[in-house]
Design a protein around this ligand. Structure first.
Ligand code: FAD
Length: 515
């Protein structure tokens, strides 16, 4: 790989901006700071082998989405007379040579966990400067007082739009390209309906969404309507093609006041709320936030049940459609994600992290901060009293009564009359024969892998036994802080009501259809 450093003229200073998930130039605190401080700017993205080797952390469709974003970022810099420089290798080693040469390296600060956290700690030690500007609160006392006001100030505040005309953009030749990386790691996306990555596509999606924002509230719950009816911005926000603040400001400037705008912007607060949680406690990715709930379901680990859930062969049509849709497209609406989590943890009673890692691998919009914290919230690992168990049969009746979505993903049920879709195993044999759908025979739609009612009863018995101890632990300042609660259970309830947090009370109020 060629050097990252271009020649500097006498007296010139140079800076590298290390792009990670903030794949844009607009509203980018590190790009803005570098453009102000240095004469020469080299924007760099380093392909980290840790993300590509073996099965990788991300499915190939997410990797392709990332690569689209990089092509687009290159075009953003090209519009300002430069380009994006690509490198390959451990980013801290790649950047080490730049720091050794006396250049500044800046990156946008964002919360990370596991590998990303260790990498960022090494980078910080090596001299990388992390520039804050993501709206999160990082005061040392870590309380949540005035959190919403502070985030509102950030949402409505001035953006970090850099003056790229004031700096010389350099693009040293490294010999690394998106194509060479795709060849090297045999990137073969297999999912369908995955949008094209990049800022141009993000802006187009945002504008299209605002034009039709009135239909948003009615489109959120049903998986049939959500794919077109919600903003579809999540992968773009996850890779930072667009900042959450840009989305907020655009919608405020262009969409009429009213319920739809309110509902959408409240979800942008949830985005910050979950990101804040990871900033407050990186352990969200690894262990139950409430120590009393650690290891819950661990001794019940049954790889066959987990495999049936992953393959979408549990015998519950809505769960199976959702799990197949996740694997095939890398996206599900909120309700289907929450239902699959609930089924996995409350009905199959399997250890949460195995399931959360599966989601993280497949979601094109995977955000560690939202995925793992939502998993813990939906499972009930925080220990707040607002736990919901979703009944997947009720979800059929409420969200897909004609079975249009189910039949799309579970073709074995194609001919089954709609009234049997919530419990195909109860379809009389005569009806099965007539419609040509057999349940429970080899190669056909399976019988339920577990019986719903006794399983849920058992879950509640086990969960209720630990709940008082878990609630008591939430009263401890350190645990409450980890869970981003400013006042134990009362704080939890308040935050839930304000930001759709634990148990998603706000979602519940909006949609009022949980069971
Ligand atoms: C178990 C589970 C895992 C999830 N994992 C992710 C994830 O990895 N990445 C992700 O972006 N979202 C995740 N979500 C939240 C939500 O399902 C998605 O943000 C949403 O479905 C994305 O579609 P959209 O952009 O069209 O949503 P819209 O309804 O248009 O929302 C706009 C944006 O608001 C934010 N948002 C919406 N709902 C939530 C929420 N409940 N919590 C936090 N932020 C929210 C997202 O940034 C989203 O892009 C998860 C939810 C659950 C229950």
């Amino acid at each position: 790989m060629g050097s990252l450093l271009p020649d500097l003229a006498e007296g010139e200073s140079g800076a590298v901006v290390w792009h990670r998930e903030h794949l844009r130039t607009a509203d980018h605190p590190a790009v803005a700071a570098a453009a102000e401080r240095a004469d020469v700017l080299v924007p760099v993205f380093a392909f980290d082998p840790a993300f590509y080797a073996g099965d990788g952390l991300a499915c190939d469709s997410r990797v392709r989405f990332l690569h689209d974003c990089l092509d687009d970022l290159d075009r953003q810099y090209a519009a300002a007379g430069g380009g994006l420089t690509l490198a390959h290798g451990d980013p801290v080693e790649v950047l080490g040579s730049v720091l050794d040469a006396g250049w500044e390296v800046l990156a946008a600060r964002s919360p990370t966990g596991r590998y990303g956290k260790r990498r960022d700690e090494r980078a910080r030690e090596a001299g990388v400067a992390f520039v804050a500007g993501d709206g999160l609160v990082r005061d040392t006392d870590r309380t949540r007082e005035n959190w919403q006001e502070r985030v509102t100030d950030w949402f409505t505040g001035e953006r970090y739009d850099p003056d790229l005309g004031a700096v010389r953009l350099a693009t040293p030749e490294t010999g690394v390209s998106v194509e060479s990386i795709e060849r090297r790691y045999d990137v073969t996306p297999e999912k369908e309906q995955v949008p094209t990555g990049g800022r141009a596509a993000a802006l187009e999606r945002l504008e299209g969404f605002v034009d039709d924002i009135a239909s948003y509230p009615g489109s959120i719950s049903s998986p049939l309507d959500a794919r077109e009816g919600t903003s579809g911005l999540s992968p773009y926000l996850a890779f930072g093609c667009l900042s959450v603040r840009e989305a907020y400001q655009h919608v405020h400037a262009s969409a009429p006041e009213g319920r739809a705008r309110e509902m959408f912007t409240s979800r942008l607060y949830w985005n910050r709320h979950y990101e804040q949680k990871l900033a407050d406690w990186p352990g969200w990715l690894d262990e139950a936030v409430n120590p009393e709930l650690r290891g819950f379901n661990r001794e019940r680990h049954d790889p066959e049940l987990v495999a049936a859930w992953k393959r979408g062969e549990t015998g519950y049509p809505m769960v199976d459609a959702a799990m197949r849709c996740l694997a095939a497209t890398g996206w599900l609406n909120f309700r289907m994600r929450a239902m699959c989590v609930s089924f996995y943890f409350h009905v199959l009673q399997q250890p949460w992290r195995v399931g959360a890692d599966w989601f993280y691998h497949h979601l094109v919009d995977a955000e560690a901060s939202i995925n793992y914290t939502q998993w813990q919230s939906q499972c009930g690992l925080v220990g707040t009293p607002t736990l919901r168990v979703y009944n997947p049969r009720k979800q059929v009746r409420d969200q897909d009564p004609e079975g249009e979505w189910i039949r799309r993903w579970v073709p074995e049920l194609e001919g089954l009359p709609a009234e049997h879709l919530d419990r195909p195993e109860r379809t009389p044999l005569s009806v099965q024969q007539e419609c040509g759908v057999r349940v429970g025979e080899d190669g056909d739609f399976p019988r339920p892998v577990v019986e719903y009612e006794p399983a849920v009863e058992e879950f509640w018995r086990r969960y209720d036994a630990v709940k008082p101890a878990a609630a008591a632990r939430l009263g401890e300042a350190e645990i409450a802080r980890r869970a981003s609660l400013s006042g134990g259970i009362e704080g939890a309830e308040r935050i839930a009501a304000e930001h759709g947090g634990e148990g998603d009370a706000a979602e519940q109020a909006d949609l009022a259809a949980f069971e």
